[in-house]
Design a protein around this ligand. Structure first.
Ligand code: ZN
Length: 112
């Protein structure tokens, strides 16, 4: 299924974009994922820069959770992540979502 989607470049439409015409912080993430799989880093950044920046953190988080669960069966990582970091990421994504809808240089390059 995933290979079929990647091979035929099926893009999942964004409901927020379809309803409002604006780009959300996640718009272009599917194209960025496809580009990252094909090691086209620049194309991935053009599709969704925030996604590309956060992806290593997300992968690290899931690998750390998996490792901790397999060896200890506990979940101490979630409690160890500072709430200020999560709020900062959330606010950063909201700012990114706002800036990528401004149709002027340099913000228009943030649009997918
Ligand atoms: Zn979107």
């Amino acid at each position: 299924m995933v290979l079929y989607i990647l091979r035929h470049k099926i893009v999942i439409p964004c409901v927020f974009n379809k309803l409002t015409g604006f780009y959300c912080p996640g718009c272009g993430a599917a194209r960025a994922t496809n580009a990252l799989i094909h090691l086209k880093i620049l194309k991935a950044f053009k599709s969704n820069a925030a996604y590309c920046i956060l992806m290593p953190l997300i992968i690290f988080y899931f690998l750390a959770r998996l490792t901790e669960y397999l060896f200890t069966g506990e979940n101490k990582i979630d409690k160890a992540i500072p709430k200020k970091l999560l709020y900062g990421i959330f606010i950063g994504l909201m700012v990114f979502g706002f800036l990528r809808n401004i149709p002027f240089v340099p913000f228009k390059y943030l649009a997918p």
